[in-house]
Write a protein that binds this ligand. Structure first.
Ligand code: G6P
Length: 610
């Protein structure tokens, strides 16, 4: 989703702004732009399309300035055109970049039209620029103008503003959308995500809700939502710009798929000792909370929702307590019944997904026992809003299609399920076996990665397909859903997942020789049932692909050359291991179809608007 970069320095900041935008490209966007205070005043360059197109424009018409802001826009109000790209200006004096949505923009627009302002864009952002300019032109300095405008804005936003009257200053603010300040010697920065600033600094301050930051060349001043000076802790980024380099890999997605053994190792590190999951890893008071928990409500979006769906099988079978899983955008607007002592769990890679964050906030008023975040970004809003948290430690995930974030979420959720199990009478021998399975997980994922060549060969058969069907049962049903999601996200092939038992209730009508059907068939208690479902497909001439465990592979009906045999890994971790070939399949199909694998059309990495 949209990205913001801002800088105040004693050097030309164009390259820093552009490299910052490039680091944010993974979030998904459709236009880009930059505004600088130059010796001519306020100058902008904007462009529909990719940052490299903006760069070409800047090569033809260079801009030079010591103060600037830049943006990648993912259109919400107004089409993704050059004219609607940010920075948005008011009367050639003030320029604004904005992430989020201003819900009352129509009312504000009417008011500003009456004041004589004309609108050059269809964006909701333009009202912010004019409101600030209106105060500023009456003599209010930029910082105070921003502070006075904020209470008038309804919605979620992160904003950065410059004025040609105040070179050397960038003013930023956030509410419901992330913003971070980057500190350096004699130059300061702000951005919507630390990735944008890693080449220039490792020292960051995360703004709190409602904060306003005054970024100057020699330092920054932060004010809280009441306008009072605020102290915010300076944090050191624990990863460098190298961690977000693509290295030898052709795409970030492929790199991230191959990072999974290490990512899962990192998720587990320090979390298990003496054959036991350490309860303290969930935070202060976790032991008491988990012991008291009598039900679990999981909320998430997209891939994270699929992780939640797997966790439901685990929690109900290991802890014998009810677990409900719901899509955040549904949950937040629905009246729900909260059973006493229910633990609310939000699952989110970014920790900033607008619907998940809103669901969490609304949950706090609905009377849950406690809130727990399973998240990949320690400083994110969702973590900060939650009582307890467990970091997935996947490291930066750049590919829009989530891979290592998903498998590490599952790993973290397995830890939670074990712990809930242990506090609710899970048999010790079973518990010990589950912990062993988890410890063997990085090796099992490596075994799945070794299938890459075989999967690449199979992918060629999908290139001309229009549709695909994924089947699974039990914990592998959500994995089938994730496999279908990966394929549709990056290859644009229409893919559906069904619980295999539902096949004959509808989707079987679609099965013919043009329909590839991918069945996920590990050696579990549902194998016999799944074998019957696979036969149903075979009997209708469907083009069957089967993923199966080594120990049962030959029993599962399949066609020669279309059986993918996975190393044995244990029933609990099987959904995590079986995810890997599905990721590889989607990846290779997308590469063969020539799509933009890391930045699929219309999608965003972190969806910070509703
Ligand atoms: C977007 C991303 C998905 C992700 C979903 C939820 O749609 O493209 O990959 O699963 O948001 O994001 P979250 O950061 O909350 O896990």
């Amino acid at each position: 989703m949209c990205g913001i970069v801002g800088a105040a320095a004693r050097r030309n900041v164009v390259d820093t702004l552009i490299s910052g935008l490039k680091a944010l490209e993974y979030r998904g966007y459709d236009s880009a732009g930059v505004a600088l205070l130059t010796d001519k005043g306020l100058e902008r360059q904007r462009m529909k399309g990719k940052v490299r197109e903006l760069e070409s424009l800047l090569a033809e018409h260079p801009l030079e300035g010591f103060t600037g802001i830049a943006h990648t826009r993912w259109a919400t109000h107004g089409a993704p055109t050059t004219g609607n790209a940010h920075p948005v200006a008011s009367r050639d004096t003030v320029a604004v970049v904005h992430n989020g949505i201003i819900e009352n923009h129509e009312t504000l627009r009417a008011e500003l039209l009456a004041l004589g302002y004309t609108f050059a864009t269809q964006t909701d952002t333009e009202v912010i620029a004019h409101l600030i300019e209106h105060l500023h032109s009456a003599g209010v300095d930029l910082l105070s103008a921003v502070q006075q405008v904020i209470p008038r804005l309804h919605g979620a936003y992160a904003i950065a503003v410059i004025s040609k009257r105040e070179p050397g200053r960038v003013v930023g603010t956030r509410r419901g959308s992330p913003m971070v300040v980057g500190l350096a010697e004699g130059e300061q920065f702000l951005a919507s995500d630390i990735h944008a600033l890693l080449p220039v600094t490792r020292r960051f301050v995360y703004l709190a809700e409602g904060d306003v930051v005054d970024v100057g060349i020699d330092g920054v001043r932060i004010y809280d939502e009441h306008g009072k000076p605020a102290e915010r802790e300076v944090k050191q980024a624990h990863f460098s710009a190298d961690a977000v380099e693509r290295g030898e890999y052709r795409h970030y997605m492929l790199k991230e798929i191959h990072e999974q053994p290490q990512a899962v190792t990192d998720t587990l590190e320090g979390r298990i000792a003496g054959g036991r999951v350490l309860t303290e890893i969930f935070g202060v008071g976790a032991k008491d909370m988990l012991t008291r928990t009598r039900a679990v409500q999981i909320i998430a979006c997209g891939t994270s929702y699929h992780a939640g769906l797997v966790a439901r099988y685990w929690i109900e079978s290991l802890a014998k307590i009810p677990c409900n899983v719901e899509i955040a955008s549904e949950y937040r607007y629905r009246e729900s019944v909260v059973m006493p002592d229910t633990l609310f769990v939000s699952v989110s890679q970014s920790g900033e997904t607008a619907d998940t964050l809103a669901a969490l906030k609304s949950a706090k008023a609905r009377g849950y026992l406690a809130t727990l975040a399973i998240c990949n970004v320690p400083e994110s809003s969702i973590v900060r809003e939650s009582d307890l948290s467990l970091m997935t430690r996947a490291g930066p995930e750049i590919g829009v299609a989530s891979t290592k974030a998903f498998t590490t979420q599952l790993t973290a959720l397995a830890l939670l399920a074990f712990e809930l199990g242990r506090h609710h009478g899970l048999d010790e021998a079973r518990y010990a076996d589950l912990v062993r399975q988890l410890e063997g997980l990085p090796g099992a994922i490596n075994g799945a990665l070794a299938l890459d060549g075989q999967i690449r060969a199979l992918a060629e058969r999908f290139v001309t397909k229009q549709h695909a069907l994924f089947l699974g049962r039990g914990t592998q049903f959500p994995i089938a859903m994730e496999g279908a999601l990966k394929l549709k996200e990056i290859s644009y092939i229409h893919a559906e997942a069904y619980a295999a038992g539902e096949l004959k209730h509808g989707p079987l009508a679609l099965v013919d020789e043009e329909m590839p059907v991918i069945a996920v068939a590990p050696n579990d208690h549902l194998l016999e049932k799944l074998k019957s479902n696979i036969e149903e497909v075979r009997a209708r001439g469907g083009e069957l692909y089967v993923l199966a465990d080594a120990d049962v592979a030959q029993q599962v009906p399949h066609a020669d050359g279309r059986l993918i045999v996975l190393p044995p890994c244990g029933e609990l971790v099987a959904p995590i291991v079986f995810t890997v070939p599905l990721q590889l399949l989607a990846y290779h199909v997308a590469v063969l179809r020539g799509t933009d694998v890391d930045q699929p059309r219309n999608l965003a990495k972190s969806v910070t608007v509703e």
